[in-house]
Design a protein around this ligand. Structure first.
Ligand code: FAD
Length: 359
């Protein structure tokens, strides 16, 4: 604990990972504790707006938000965490950050630039590449690949888009009906969808690309939308190593504390919670963790902590700027109605407001 000038002891909360889960915890706790956010980059980015930013780089201006803009009362360490001991988080730039409570939210590995300015220039360059291409290859038919194809064909209907997916259906993380509807929508927009075939990403260059079935495609540019690895490999060799399951997920209990560690919480995509990995769920994890931490920080009993209830699998996939596809508990719909909910602003204004920023 750290002594304030007033003599009141303030607990130190270190949060590792400044994505959806970590940013929301840091934002909510910054006035209740001595908060340190450790993130590889200097800014937070709203992931669900990133695909639109690839075709329309002006959209990225509201997506990429310097951590300091929504964390006026927290310390930001823009470096990778490399180790955790019982008392400290160690960072790549050589800092040792003591904690009373720790939150791990390192999601998935995503190599993006360190500064907001570099990220905005990256979007600019990608959009130029898309603009000047005639044929665009997208590898991976999960939500990222499907949404990217939707964005490209909406803004550039004249371009040829080929989507190659290794599995038998698109959007395998949700139901069969959703896959069929996504396929029908993409096909209606003249996207060529190739299922059950893969592309060797280690051996790809623009020009002529060969699929696993020997089919050749002439492409001007390509995007890798295959899944990203878990952001947990850095936890190997730390005090949390034994709390990782065989898939590298962090095992958490019903209060979202990392198993075997009373003062460490795990949230978001990195956890072993049996749900689809979605940002709105990482936000729910963050809310539960904030409630429990506020209780512990004010001397409340552990037995009074709230438990996390898993959610039914729901998802809304945007299909360009107007249409969408929603899998709801009893209904899967495609078209303007889900589009009305998500596809216009992609919840960017809503997410900014949640962080206390203007629309
Ligand atoms: C293109 C795209 C579109 C999506 N669309 C939607 C959608 O529409 N709706 C939805 O609900 N979900 C969506 N998702 C999923 C959603 O973004 C994730 O579920 C969510 O971001 C998970 O949050 P997280 O906090 O667990 O991890 P992340 O948001 O992945 O954040 C992890 C953070 O940890 C940092 N980090 C990693 N390792 C370290 C380290 N060692 N030290 C310091 N920092 C580290 C990273 O820099 C990153 O900031 C989308 C994802 C993508 C990629």
């Amino acid at each position: 604990m750290e002594m304030e000038h007033s003599g009141v002891q303030k607990n130190r909360v270190v949060i590792v990972g400044g994505g959806i889960g970590g940013a929301f915890v840091a934002c909510s706790l910054q006035f209740c504790a001595d908060v340190v956010l450790v993130d590889q980059k200097e800014y937070f980015e709203i992931p669900w707006g990133s695909l639109r930013s690839m075709v329309d780089p002006s959209f990225a201006e509201r997506l990429a938000i310097n951590h300091s803009d929504y964390l006026p009362n927290a310390r930001i360490v823009a470096s990778s965490a490399t180790d955790i001991t019982e008392n400290d988080v160690v960072t790549e730039d050589g800092q040792s950050l003591p904690y009373d409570y720790l939150v791990i939210a390192t999601g998935h590995v995503n190599s993006v630039p360190r500064t907001r300015a570099e990220r905005l220039s990256q979007y600019q360059a990608v959009s130029e590449e898309i603009k000047s291409a005639n044929t665009i290859l997208i590898v991976g038919g999960g939500p990222t690949g499907v949404e990217l194809a939707g964005e490209i064909v909406y803004d550039f209907p004249e371009k040829k888009v080929v989507l190659v997916h290794r599995g038998p259906r698109l959007l395998e993380f949700i139901g069969f009906k959703a896959s069929q509807k996504a396929l029908a929508w993409l096909t209606s927009k003249k996207v060529e969808v190739i299922l059950d075939q893969s592309i060797d990403m280690g051996n790809i260059s623009d020009g002529v690309v060969q699929t696993s079935a020997g089919e050749t495609i002439k492409v001007d540019c390509h995007f890798d939308c295959t899944g990203k690895p878990m952001g947990s490999s850095w936890l190997r060799g730390t005090v949390l190593e034994d709390s990782l399951d065989i898939n590298g997920r962090l095992m958490v209990d019903e209060n979202l504390r990392v198993r075997g560690h009373k003062n460490v919480f795990g949230i978001g995509d990195i956890t072993d919670i049996k749900e689809i990995k979605q940002g709105y769920l990482a936000q729910r994890h963050a809310q539960t963790t904030v409630t429990n931490l506020k209780l512990l920080l004010t001397g409340g009993k552990e037995s009074c902590m709230v438990t996390y209830k898993t959610s039914i699998n729901m998802a809304i996939i945007s299909l360009g700027r107007k249409d969408g596809l929603a899998q709801l508990p009893f209904l899967t719909i495609c078209g303007w109605l889900p589009g009305l909910i998500k596809s216009g602003d992609l919840f960017v204004g809503k997410t900014r407001k949640q962080l206390g920023l203007n629309f």
